[in-house]
Design a protein around this ligand. Sequence first.
Ligand code: FMN
Length: 457
Amino acid sequence: MKKQIHLNGFIQNSPSPHSTGLWKHEKDQGTKHNQLSYWTKTAQILERGKFDALFIADVLGTYSVYENSHNAAVQRAVQLPAHDPLLPISAMAAVTQHLGFAATISATYAQPYALARQLSTLDHLTEGRIAWNVVTSYLESEAVNLGFSGRLPRDLRYDRADEFLEVVYKLWEHSWQDDAMMHDKDNDTFADPEKVHAIKHKGEFFSVPGPHLVEPSPQRTPVLFQAGASPKGRNFAAKHAEAVFTKNNSLDALKAYALDLRERTKNQGRNPDDVRIFPMILPIIGSTEEEAYAKYENLTNHVSYEGTLSILSGHTGVDFSKYEPDEYIDDLESEAVQGNIDLYAKDPNKKWTLREAVKNHGLGNGTVKFIGTPEQIADHIEQWSIEGGADGFNIAQTYSPGTFREFVDHVVPELQKRGIYRKEYEGATLRENMFGKGNVHLPENHPAKKLNILRNK
Ligand SMILES: Cc1cc2nc3c(=O)[nH]c(=O)nc-3n(C[C@H](O)[C@H](O)[C@H](O)COP(=O)(O)O)c2cc1C
């Protein structure tokens, strides 16, 4: 059987979140993100295309690095308004049967006890279709609104996230035994207290006695995605993630990333392929190559230059209002998202000026664009899968949800024709659809399985 690819739709609860300024495009519906029908329609499109999940990015603050102000973000709709990523999920689950939902939640600002409860609740309501994209956040504006005097240094954010995961693993995997639920009416016993355990977690960042507030959900631990590209972030992914979300602007960059991540995963005592790699791609589809490139030019004309400066400044932590348009982007260490600096400063193929970076970053937040006919896009997908080591793809959008609809109508049938993409869902839960039927829970070699709370008794 040929290597199978997996697909997620990439979105955020904001107007045109990943293509700055595209809310102005006549085909864009993203300004309706405050209505349930926008979400239910989008979910149904993706399920028609047999996607694994809708992958929902999130930030908890404004983009205010640029000119030290949120004004450009407000004016140009730079991931603002920023609505909650979890709240539309139940409605989408009610109109779909198989599609998963991968929500981005920051381990820097959430509390493990409360988040474990929210995600378990959703895993119940969706019957096992929840994933969590674990991030550590990058905006100063998040930190100062969430009880910190400023953004924590990267290393500390990851150390906190590491302990955060230990706490939620204890709650999800070890607090309630499988047979704790009795529903024994004759003996007035709803659940067996002998089988529901306190976790008694005491660590550097968290003190959580437990027990977990929710009985075991279908997957127990939601499918764990991670997005973060610094060396510390990659080690974190190698230890915890079942899949990573990555942004690369060339096949060579993806190859280097995949080799590095697989080596780090092996060093954590896991199999190199235990972490599935999902690069983000932006498809621009035409019935001919010329039509696709004309469409690309048209879409580019809707991009907001200042809005993109604002998002790029937030992504990198560098205030680009201080740069000349033809200045080169320097190779800097960033406390924001290192991968976004590396995208431009470490490109082996060229040096990027700010003007060029803005042009690139305006559509799909700088990720690679696959422009062409459905066949050409399928060719790129196959090449990135076979040569680059991608296991799946997060499909970004220009206009929403039209980009998803075009992809499902034109590229999905081509992938199916080539025998590299499912025609039917394989399992009932998201983890089964991603990893094969029967894989409902985390594998035994995952660190979550190795914790033992009974030792704390
Ligand atoms: C492809 C990609 C997507 C990301 N998406 C988000 C996101 O939606 N929300 C967020 O707060 N952080 C996001 N992050 C950044 C993470 O917060 C990351 O944990 C943080 O930037 C620091 O790590 P890094 O320098 O290791 O990337 C993303 C990072 C990457 C590489």
